[in-house]
Design a protein around this ligand. Structure first.
Ligand SMILES: NC(=O)c1ccc[n+]([C@@H]2O[C@H](COP(=O)([O-])OP(=O)(O)OC[C@H]3O[C@@H](n4cnc5c(N)ncnc54)[C@H](OP(=O)(O)O)[C@@H]3O)[C@@H](O)[C@H]2O)c1
Length: 355
């Protein structure tokens, strides 16, 4: 199953509206096949695996899958659960149930009826880690939200004059681009576009095509400059969320983008996340400054933060990553547990999740 998780991990951010699933085929204690969901989401991992194997290899083998096989029919007119049940595979280990109502237990039922031995809940908790974007989308109607921040040794995200190029080193920045490729959407703000002229693309050789959907929160449609993000853009690649009623601004805004209007200012952030969930965004990355990070964290809409902590000391006049919280007791603080740590020369990659 650990190997199946690795396969799923390799497909992260590439499978469009579908979950990224990995599977492994084992026979006589050897791994004889491995596959993952194809780019774009089809064919599914199990379809890919079964199409690679011979009848003899499949007969009496054991299959490990990170998510319950689907019960709804694909382009070839059959579901993954049906494919498995006709394949000769004798037992199936599954890490997580699929909450998608088209499957949700029915995939297991198809396997059960065909007398295949099934072992659901196999390494479930680890599976939840790998499926977290998909599960959050299905169960909470919002994406799994990660903030990515380059911070100085003393916890600042920019100088007082708003300059933040480059707090972290090249290795950290490259890894940051990898995280972009693994995300389905990347969101920033008007202020950060104005300060940094961010392109929000993945600029790693060979992974450019996995750049996520770009999203800007521009409540008042203020972004009227010649920013890089608007160059060569297509309507399906860039969404602007706003709450402006100004018809002139709407008419004269940049073209080839999708403008989405929400009139409810109080629920604006939640509405954005709900809308992104409906577009099947599973993992959302936020790259913004102090004000927006603070708003998201205070509204409890952030699941985890990736810190790239550099070796630079910027001083107390730099911008913090979060504004004042005016706490009176330490016990009121928000706590984040460590999920992962890596060293990139003198930078430390620190992935932390809210408790
Ligand atoms: N080190 C890093 O990793 C990193 C990453 C990103 C940015 N930065 C730096 O951060 C600085 C910018 O930070 P900042 O604090 O000025 O800006 P910011 O946090 O990126 O964006 C602030 C803007 O977010 C919008 N906003 C605030 N509350 C909101 C809410 N409840 N709902 C929707 N939108 C809301 C407002 O824009 P409107 O009023 O126009 O709607 C506000 O002006 C720049 O210097 C940039 O270089 C650093």
């Amino acid at each position: 199953m650990e190997q199946a998780f690795l396969e799923a991990y390799r497909a992260m951010g590439t499978t469009g509206k579908n979950p990224n699933v990995g599977c492994i085929l084992v026979k006589n204690n050897f791994i004889i096949g491995r596959a993952r969901t194809s780019p774009g989401g089809r064919p599914h991992a199990e379809e890919n695996l079964i199409s690679l194997m011979t009848e003899t290899e499949l007969k009496d083998s054991s299959l490990f899958i990170t998510l319950e096989p689907c019960a709804h029919k694909g382009i070839n007119g059959t579901s993954c659960a049906e494919l498995i049940s006709k394949s000769g595979i004798k037992e199936v280990f599954i890490s997580n149930y699929d909450p998608d109502l088209r499957t949700s237990g029915q995939g297991l039922e198809i396997l059960r009826k065909s007398k295949i031995n099934i072992y659901p809940d196999f390494l479930t908790n680890k599976g939840i880690d790998f499926n977290i974007g998909y599960l959050t989308n299905c169960l909470s109607n919002r994406p799994f939200v990660t903030i990515k921040l380059a911070i100085s040794l003393d916890g600042k995200i920019a100088l007082n004059n708003k300059n933040s190029k480059w707090i972290s080193n090249k290795l950290s920045r490259n890894f940051g681009h990898m995280i972009r490729a693994q995300s389905d959407g990347i969101l920033t703000t008007t202020s950060t576009i104005i300060e940094d002229d961010s392109k929000l693309t993945c600029r790693l050789n060979g992974l450019e095509k996995y750049s996520p959907l770009k999203i800007i929160v521009d409540r008042g449609l203020k972004l009227n400059g010649d920013y890089s993000i608007f160059k060569n853009t297509k309507k399906e690649n860039l969404i602007i969320y706003h709450c402006s009623n100004d018809k002139n601004k709407i008419k004269n805004y940049h073209k080839n983008i999708e403008l989405v209007y929400f009139n409810n200012k109080k629920k604006f952030l939640e509405l954005i996340l709900n809308d992104l969930a409906n577009r099947k965004i599973k993992n959302l990355l936020i790259e913004s400054g102090t004000i927006f990070c603070s708003e998201m964290i205070k509204s409890n809409l952030v699941d985890q933060i990736v810190f790239f902590r550099s070796n630079k000391i910027i001083g107390n006049d730099g911008l913090p990553f979060i504004n004042n919280l005016s706490l009176r007791k330490i016990s009121d603080s928000k706590n984040m547990k460590v999920i992962d740590l890596k060293f990139f020369d003198d930078d430390i990659y620190e992935l932390r999740r809210f408790n």
